[in-house]
Design a protein around this ligand. Structure first.
Ligand code: G6P
Length: 616
């Protein structure tokens, strides 16, 4: 977590750093800081709390600089406070950090023995002092630049963990140092400046020419030049990528919140993910355009979907369609647990990392582990140029566009769409489905954006409903078949945004324990559109009703029986079974949004969370 931005070039204002941090605030938002070098003097301003707290301090910074950095923090070591906010300073050296230095305690003792006094509780301050210690160790024959290069090598050889560092030394006023190991870091290139950042979102308004740094690399950046070397000092040459995200895609565009905007962008996200990859008239899936270039789909006899959070639920939902279309067994794995079992993959296994950000460290580690053990690996990601994509054999972008709201919404539906297309592609390659059968599924796929768009019109009625539900302490969600992962996603959204305890169960599991929770105060959100499982789910709803439980149901338009059983009834269009989970997801995202908003919460930045989780 944490967002870092750095600049070296003709001229940057405090607002440049502030606006860059705003684009990265999804990575952490408990404190922030900016360092700017001006006329040989280092100016640092830091503030506890959201970025807006730092805004008030920008007046204390110089009007412009040719070298500076900014940081927005998600606390790991040390509570959110100004003292723990980055950047950290040790004499002539200023450093900011995204990641965790695991052996910081032992290094701290060493530094304390050598007279260093610590002002924060962070692991990062250890890096600042260690670099200072190294820099001042033996400087006689080296220029400040060469000395700093040597000192950074010494630093990275001594610390363990994950780190993306930005480093400035007042003795070297024209160089920004960027160091990457385990945490994401990209460089932005232009004719007049070089940039570094934790994500491309911070850079696209300045340059779309992005160079993705790899682990164990150090960049020495000046306004006009860049040099990259490995931790072993070997020069690295890599071409930048061109990023298509426009700065305007990162604006709210008239919506009050990014989350609401992104919920309303679901039809587009689905349509763009489909676009150019299927031909509904011939039933042909274009696997090249999907991103399959190296993986031999013909030989795959087992699929593992590996992900965290909402992306994990997208995997559970996609499994229904992948299995039914490919007839291949599919397992869905929590990335954070994946490495703790014996890995049994082989050259016939396809492991798919599903990740909006492409940076989630658990997913990254899991997919690397699977690859090392012989699996073919595919990244289904939203952000271009991600670490997860870099470590997979193939990458397939979902084209949902930048997602800024911390709680993922449009990426969820786009991920499921993408995996359905992949399933059809596998079925095509292995002759499991005929082109006529594939065409029939494609016909359904292309209808989804339109039906999701119609479902979005429920927003105002859900807003009214939400006003009545803000007092709730706990809510159950139930669904059967593909509605079960939708229930999981709905419960996650409600708890992370509204801080109301919420749990989802497969409807059939209710009787095995959770039903004990039902009383006349407990609300259950029941997903019961007319699908193959409808009658069984209805029986479960009757069981809740019989025990006095309150029911919010999501069913098919005109379902009077369900409406009568329910305290609140939300209706979605009758449609093909594959489309239904897309439609029932929309009201759950809206419900979580409106309840959180009515409770006065920050829906785009819920407490304690971060969008890109780069710590294990
Ligand atoms: C965080 C976010 C979630 C997201 C999860 C996985 O917890 O708050 O919204 O689903 O990370 O992120 P990924 O980028 O890998 O999809």
């Amino acid at each position: 977590m944490c967002g870092v931005i750095g600049f070296v070039g003709d001229e940057a204002s405090p607002e440049f750093f502030y606006n860059g941090l705003k684009r990265l605030e999804y990575r952490g938002y408990d404190s922030a800081g900016i360092a700017m070098l001006s006329h040989g003097q280092m100016y640092i301003e830091r503030a506890e709390g959201k970025l807006s707290a730092l805004e008030k301090k920008l007046v204390h910074l110089p009007l412009k600089t040719s070298l500076g950095m900014g940081h927005t923090r998600w606390a790991t070591h040390g509570k959110p406070s100004e003292a723990n906010a980055h950047p950290h300073k040790s004499g002539n050296i200023v450093i900011l950090h995204n990641g965790i230095i695991e052996n910081y305690k032992e290094i701290k003792s060493f530094l304390q023995e050598n007279g260093y006094v610590f002002e924060s509780e962070t692991d990062t301050e250890v890096a600042a002092h260690l670099l200072h210690y190294e820099f001042h160790k033996n400087t006689i024959l080296l220029s400040p630049l060469e000395n700093m290069k040597r000192s950074i090598f010494a630093l990275v050889s001594r610390i363990r963990g994950a780190f993306a560092f930005g480093i400035i030394c007042t003795d070297i006023p024209d160089v920004l140092f960027a160091v990457k190991y385990g945490s994401p870091l990209v460089l932005g290139l232009s004719d007049t400046a070089h940039y570094m950042a934790s994500g491309i979102a911070a850079l696209v308004e300045h340059t779309r020419s992005i160079l993705i740094m790899e682990d164990r690399e150090i960049a020495y950046l000046t306004a006009k030049n860049k040099e990259i070397v490995t931790f072993e000092g070997v020069p690295v040459s890599r071409k930048p990528i061109h990023v298509s995200w426009a700065a305007s895609m990162l604006e709210k565009n008239g919506y009050d919140h990014f989350m609401l905007k992104e919920i309303h962008e679901q039809p587009q996200a689905i349509a763009q993910t489909i676009n150019g990859r299927i031909d509904k008239s011939t039933g042909e899936i274009d696997l090249q355009s999907y991103g399959i270039h190296h993986i031999p789909l013909k030989n795959i006899n087992r699929i593992q979907l590996i992900a965290c959070g909402t992306s994990y639920y997208a995997g559970i939902l996609a499994r229904y369609f992948l299995e039914s279309h490919t007839k291949i067994p599919v397992e869905v794995e929590l990335a954070s647990e994946y490495r703790y079992r014996t890995c049994t993959v082989n050259e016939h296994t396809l492991c798919i990392a599903i990740s909006q950000s492409g940076e989630t460290i658990d997913t990254l580690q899991a997919i690397r582990y699977a690859r090392t053990h012989g699996a073919h690996t595919l990244a289904v990601v939203n952000a271009p140029g991600s670490s997860i994509a870099h470590h997979c054999h193939d990458e397939s972008l979902i084209y949902a566009g930048p997602e800024v709201g911390v709680a993922s919404t449009k990426a969820f539906v786009a991920q499921v769409t993408s995996l359905i297309i992949l399933g059809l592609g596998i079925a095509q390659t292995q002759n499991i489905m005929t082109s006529t059968q594939i065409a029939a599924v494609c016909e359904q796929l292309v209808h989804i954006p339109y039906l999701v768009e119609k479902t979005l019109s429920l927003s105002s009625s859900i807003e009214k409903m939400a006003a009545k539900l803000i007092h709730l302490k706990s809510v159950l969600f139930i669904g059967r078949g593909p509605q079960y992962p939708v229930a999981l996603e709905g419960a996650l959204k409600l708890k992370e945004l509204s801080y109301i305890h919420a749990e989802a169960y497969a409807a059939g599991e209710l009787k095995h324990g959770p039903i004990a929770l039902i009383d006349d105060e407990m609300y259950t959100v029941c997903l019961a559109p007319r699908d193959s499982y409808y009658e069984k789910t209805m029986s479960n709803i009757e069981e809740i009703r019989a025990r006095g439980g309150k029911i919010i149901s999501i069913g098919t338009t005109g379902d009077h029986e369900l409406k009568q059983l329910s305290d609140e009834f939300i209706e979605v269009e009758p449609c093909a079974e594959m489309i239904l989970p897309f439609l029932t997801t929309v009201p759950l995202h809206l419900l979580a949004y409106w309840i959180a908003l009515k409770k006065g919460h920050d829906v785009d930045q819920p407490r304690n969370l971060a969008k890109s989780v780069t710590v294990e």
